[in-house]
Design a protein around this ligand. Structure first.
Ligand SMILES: Cc1cc2nc3c(=O)[nH]c(=O)nc-3n(C[C@H](O)[C@H](O)[C@H](O)COP(=O)(O)O)c2cc1C
Length: 198
């Protein structure tokens, strides 16, 4: 039987109950090298109109998190001259909240017949797919942008090219303690069925 024909109750139950873990509630060890590679490979299988691969994934682990933290911190201080010490520390430690962070770069092919909007959506799909892949493996994960995803110095430091955007920093780790479910929208507020009868 093809994988596509398997009616996998575990998957649907998982998708109906999965949730993210706030990065500050993450701990090590996080995904092993093999698991992280699997997670990244799921991100490479997302729908991609025109097969443009309009995304790149930059893994930030170990000391690299502190090095990028230095850049985040310097940019923060540059833009906030009256910054208080407590906030400076938070900025320095952004990436060290989790053992592994993946920066998902949205790299659109400008002027291509495939609309840029669709290419950006594909990068979002990559973030979400890696998020659910990690969560399905029992890891804690969260998709964040925060302010530094939009900061030119940070983008340059992680190796983004001119024109690249950061679709998200996806944080991966282990949950320190059971997190809370958040409020979800009501089905009837979101879903409607179009009817020719009006
Ligand atoms: C593109 C994008 C950027 C986000 N950036 C932030 C952020 O900067 N800060 C934040 O608290 N949540 C941010 N979130 C929200 C969290 O990822 C997420 O909604 C929350 O953790 C609950 O996730 P869950 O629905 O998977 O449980 C962002 C979500 C998306 C889709």
């Amino acid at each position: 039987m093809s994988a596509l024909n398997v009616r996998d109750k575990d998957t649907i139950d998982f998708l109906l109950t999965r949730r993210s873990t706030v990065a500050k509630m993450m701990d090590g060890p996080g995904p092993s090298d093999a698991d992280l590679q699997k997670i990244l490979e799921t991100g490479m299988r997302v729908p991609d109109h025109g097969r443009l691969t309009p995304w790149r994934f930059i893994v930030i682990r170990g000391d690299a998190r502190e090095k990028i933290g230095d850049v985040i911190c310097a940019s923060y201080k540059k833009n906030t001259p009256d910054a208080i010490e407590e906030q400076i520390e938070i900025e320095q430690e952004r990436l060290t909240r989790a053992p592994a962070v993946v920066a998902v770069i949205s790299r659109v092919h400008k002027g291509h017949k495939i609309p840029e909007w669709e290419q950006v959506l594909s990068a979002g799909a990559a973030c979400q797919t890696m998020l659910i892949a990690a969560q399905s493996m029992g890891y804690a994960a969260q998709w964040l942008t925060e302010w530094y995803a939009y900061n030119a110095d940070v983008k340059a430091a992680i190796g983004a090219e001119p024109g690249d955007e950061i679709a998200g920093f996806v944080y991966f780790g282990n949950e320190m303690m059971d997190g809370k479910e958040r409020a979800r929208p009501e089905y009837q507020d979101i879903v409607s069925e179009w009817s020719a009868a009006g």
